[in-house]
Design a binder for this molecule. Structure first.
Ligand SMILES: [Zn+2]
Length: 114
């Protein structure tokens, strides 16, 4: 097994940092995603609907965040396994340009569009 190249080591560090950021963001917004309590007498109907919209938005945002965390984690794992940069579907090398746009992309353009 060859040593991880400096580029990949830097990318891995960036991905680990990104993952930590996403975890932080998810943790600090956890309150916003709590289900809105329906028996709150102090909250009127309109503001309760507002609260439910805010909550729904927060849940949707966090869902995207969780998906990105999974992609980042998978990319880190591929680096560790020495498989980073190769399409998980066909094994072909993924174009550098494609990885530059999103370093967590797991497939080549042919597999992604096919
Ligand atoms: Zn492919």
């Amino acid at each position: 097994m060859t040593e991880t190249s400096p580029d990949l080591a830097a990318l891995r560090a960036a991905l680990v940092a990104r993952l930590a950021d996403l975890r932080d963001a998810s943790d600090t917004t956890a309150d916003n995603r709590r289900p809105v309590e329906l028996d709150q007498t102090s909250v009127g109907r309109v503001s309760r609907m507002d609260a439910m919209q805010v909550q729904a938005l927060a849940v949707a945002t966090d869902r995207r965040r969780q998906e990105e965390m999974q992609r980042v984690e998978a990319a880190i794992k591929r680096i560790d396994d020495g498989e980073y940069g190769y399409c998980i579907a066909c094994g072909e090398e993924i174009a550098a340009k494609r990885l530059a746009v999103d370093p967590t992309i797991p497939t080549c353009i042919a597999c992604a569009s096919g």
